[in-house]
Design a protein around this ligand. Structure first.
Ligand SMILES: Nc1nc2c(c(=O)[nH]1)N[C@H]1C(S)=C(S)[C@@H](COP(=O)(O)OP(=O)(O)OC[C@H]3O[C@@H](n4cnc5c(=O)[nH]c(N)nc54)[C@H](O)[C@@H]3O)O[C@H]1N2
Ligand SMILES: Nc1nc2c(c(=O)[nH]1)N[C@H]1C(S)=C(S)[C@@H](COP(=O)(O)OP(=O)(O)OC[C@H]3O[C@@H](n4cnc5c(=O)[nH]c(N)nc54)[C@H](O)[C@@H]3O)O[C@H]1N2
Ligand code: SF4
Ligand SMILES: [Mo]
Length: 736
């Protein structure tokens, strides 16, 4: 049987759906569905966690099922994140999408064939084949020649990382080591020595700076309600965003820098704080390293120079600095946008210097460091340090292939940055890929990465769907159970955990944790893999926190409280931030570092300097922000999986300012072509003031000739190794 990528048209998909007995979110269908099967099994309640925007921790879903059939979903009111968005409602359609991958598949035609000839095989054959292939490579070359990768899905990560660990490969990467929050996390670690993306505006917060995040569309709905609530209480809100977003519309001051110029804006704001004596001198003297160096650097960034570089009016630069200084202030740092330019990490570091010199860190009303149960390190890095043997990954950093490419990343991160995959495969350094939820379109110039994967000795992936562009030249594709059908992982919210009461998987789907653990049982000692049981794997962490999966299930619908560190201010004074227990921050100097000792060590500068981003040219006069988030889309996923969401936007849509549209004779809804020296992509125009003149904005992730990743060059930030997805310049024309 040959499978093709989602081949049904939207109408075809909708038609297919009408035959699938799943309820829509409307109550009329619910009643009908329930009534029709009255004689059969009773209606029961289940609980799970939404995964449709790939964030962690996610929102809770309560669902009604009849036997193994999902009937309806609703807010899980006792959960920490309880208001579901459009993408969550669409997970019902995703679950019963007729194109779901339901069985393990193996390719039967040679790589590169128009039809890969995938045929159904048993789990036994699938796992044995994968194990045999990667063991052969381990025996012949070494375990590090096998590259383990998870895409944006966060839920498979702890199990996948554990598999890499006990297989013996330190080449474990994720979407976050390719292009996501870890670029900003790296900035936070360079400045504070630890993760601190800010947080909400608490009861003691007086001023709140939202740094390049449009949480109205990118975060669970509670976030924008938090911002609106703060505004009502009189908190002064400053939004730094190159577009006029829903979030920016709540602001008291909206600073709208030209894309990629945030380091100049931050230097301009810090200059005002220094010159007017508004910064916290005592805090800086005691706890901040590099103040004089940065202060000297900022001297050139007068409000007028700042205006020239960033486009932000000089008066607003001054007003914003004075307003934010009336703190205590908090902030929210973007998950991704700032990090997706060639100077991305420095742009993020520079913005973090503002709250740092004001002393807004780890104090009441300011930005606190996160706390959690023992060893908790969020799912990105494996849930707990013990679970993935963090220390082992630390000890192998210098063996990793990214050490010359991105030495600062290599020094600070346990995940391998695989953005040079084409080079590593060409040089024979990576020979096999074991992937979980992987999308080749994550990369700039994705065709080069697809080619690299084709040239590997062996490749396999787990996914909800067969994705032609990512999977066609792989050897084995495995069907992953969806969020309604799995136990692992549990959710974590501060001192509470959320477990699930799931359905049985459709077809022969298996949860990612089951797949990773059972593969682990073959290639290594089953004791390391809990005999292949995801619940036992969860219990290895939960028992340390004072509960078990079964106990937490008994508490449903309530979340279960676990032993956890208490949140408290001034942890740095009490020696609670550093591994050695001494007061201070976990940086080399023990202070907040405006001037980084780590970047200095690798001759990559000291303070976060401004670097001019690529400028529009006569030929390519429009700056393209290629990939902002939008409320009803997640990356490449929701395009074909959920007809509800395609109804809202059936094709790639580019925001273009009315001035630019008029110049080009483009009207709302016109088909357009976006071009630059690297390639072209097709889309539809939305004429909108969300973008300023000279800038266009779009979502990435559309397939075929709408794939905008071809427009991005492989030029990487020297600190993070991330691609400049948001920095490109293009021309946009009406399609002939
Ligand atoms: N131009 C541009 N490029 C970007 C970005 C941008 O803004 N612009 N953003 C970057 C960022 S921040 C991110 S996070 C990435 C997006 O990262 P990607 O990894 O590209 O994200 P998705 O499109 O969600 O693709 C993930 C794949 O995993 C599958 N999947 C989903 N959930 C599961 C699961 O639980 N298990 C399994 N086995 N499979 C699953 C989906 O079906 C899909 O095929 O793109 C990055 N690249
Ligand atoms: N609905 C939905 N939610 C999601 C996702 C999704 O796909 N869909 N993906 C999740 C993932 S993986 C991630 S990483 C997060 C990302 O979450 P966010 O970081 O909030 O996402 P973006 O919308 O990409 O970027 C935020 C804002 O940065 C602005 N911006 C772009 N470039 C610049 C610049 O140079 N300077 C300044 N100051 N502003 C700039 C953009 O205009 C945009 O409004 O969202 C997560 N949430
Ligand atoms: S924000 Fe929406 S898609 Fe994301 S986890 Fe919550 S309900 Fe799901
Ligand atoms: Mo991301």
């Amino acid at each position: 049987m040959a499978v093709s990528d989602i081949s049904l048209s939207r109408r075809g998909l909708l038609k297919a759906f009408s035959t699938v007995p799943v309820a829509s979110a409307t109550s009329s269908f619910f009643v009908k569905a329930a009534g029709a099967a009255e004689q059969a099994e009773p209606l029961e309640v289940g609980y799970t966690i939404c995964d449709n925007c790939n964030q962690m921790p996610m929102c809770g879903i309560k669902f009604v099922h009849q036997g193994n059939r999902l009937v309806s979903i609703s807010n899980w009111k006792e959960h920490a994140q309880k208001v579901l968005c459009s993408k969550a409602l669409a997970t019902q359609q995703r679950l019963y999408n007729p194109n779901r991958l339901l069985y393990p598949m193996k390719r039967t035609n040679p790589k590169g064939s128009a039809d890969p000839g995938f045929v159904r095989i048993s789990w036994k054959e699938a796992l044995a084949t994968i194990a045999a292939n990667i063991e052969k490579i381990r025996d012949k070359y070494g375990p590090e020649y096998v590259f383990f990768l998870t895409g944006d899905p966060k839920e498979p990560r702890p199990a996948a990382m554990r598999l890499a660990r006990y297989f013996g490969s330190w080449h474990y990467g994720t979407e976050s080591s390719i292009a996501c929050r870890k670029g900003c996390l790296l900035a936070e670690e360079l400045v504070f020595g630890a993760e601190n993306a800010g947080g909400g505006a608490g009861p003691k917060t007086k001023t709140y700076m939202i740094m390049a995040t449009n949480g109205a569309w990118s975060k669970p709905l509670g976030w924008i309600n938090m911002v609106r609530g703060a505004k009502k209480r009189g908190v002064k809100i400053i939004v730094v965003d190159s577009r006029r977003t829903k979030t920016a519309e709540v602001a008291d001051i909206h600073l709208q820098p030209r894309q990629g110029t945030d380091a100049a804006l931050a230097a301009g704001i810090c200059r005002v704080l220094f010159e007017e004596g508004l910064y916290n001198k005592d805090f800086c003297d005691k706890w901040v390293h590099g103040v004089e160096e940065y202060r000297n650097y900022c001297k050139d960034f007068t409000p007028e120079v700042t205006e020239k570089l960033t486009g932000v009016p000089a008066k607003l630069v001054v007003d914003a600095a004075r307003m934010y200084a009336q703190g205590p202030g908090s902030y929210a740092l973007t998950s991704q946008s700032l990090s997706h330019t060639r100077n991305g990490v420095n742009n993020a570091r520079a913005l973090l210097c503002i709250p740092a010199i004001l002393g807004y860190i780890d104090c009441p009303g300011g930005a606190m460091f996160g706390v959690g149960p023992e060893g908790y390190i969020v799912h990105d890095n494996g849930l707990t340090k013990d679970f993935v043997d963090y220390a082992w990954f630390e000890s192998h950093k210098k063996d990793r292939l990214d050490k010359d490419f991105v030495p600062v990343w290599n020094h600070t991160q346990v995940q391998f940055n695989p953005n040079q995959l084409p080079e590593h495969v060409k040089n024979g350094k990576l020979k096999a890929l074991v992937a979980f939820g992987f999308n080749v379109m994550i990369w700039p110039q994705p065709q080069l990465y697809a080619e690299a994967i084709k040239n590997m000795d062996f490749a396999c992936a787990t996914d909800y769907f067969y994705r032609d562009i990512s999977h066609r030249d792989m050897d084995i594709i495995l069907p992953a159970a969806m969020n309604y059908e799995r136990y692992a992982p549990f959710g974590n919210h501060g001192n509470k955990v959320a477990v699930r009461k799931p359905l049985k998987p459709l077809g022969e789907c298996k949860e990612d944790w089951w797949i990773a653990l059972n593969l682990g049982c073959i290639v290594d000692d089953p004791k390391h893999f809990f005999d292949g049981d995801p619940v036992k794997a969860c219990d290895s962490m939960l028992t340390k926190w004072g509960t078990t999966y079964a106990e937490a299930q008994k508490n449903l619908p309530n979340l279960t409280e676990v032993k956890s560190q208490k949140q408290e201010p001034f942890k740095y004074e009490k020696g609670l931030l550093r591994a050695d227990g001494k007061p201070g921050f976990p940086t080399p100097s023990g202070k907040i570092e405006l001037s980084s000792n780590i970047t200095k060590m690798y001759n990559l500068g000291t303070i976060p300097v401004y670097m001019e981003p690529w400028q529009p040219t006569d030929k390519y006069p429009i700056k393209l922000i290629n990939g902002t988030r939008c409320a009803y889309i997640t990356h490449s996923k929701t395009r074909s999986d959920s007809p509800y969401l395609l109804e809202i936007e059936p094709m790639s849509t580019v925001d273009i300012n009315p001035v630019d549209a008029e110049k080009r004779g483009i009207k709302e809804g016109d088909k357009i072509v976006i071009r630059n020296q690297y390639g072209e992509a097709h889309a539809k125009a939305r004429v909108s003031i969300i973008v300023p003149p000279g800038t266009a904005g779009m979502q990435y992730g559309w397939r075929g000739n709408q794939n905008s990743q071809v427009l991005i060059p492989r030029e990487f930030d020297k600190l993070s190794g991330y691609a400049p997805y948001f920095e490109t310049v293009v021309e946009i024309t009406k399609e002939a």
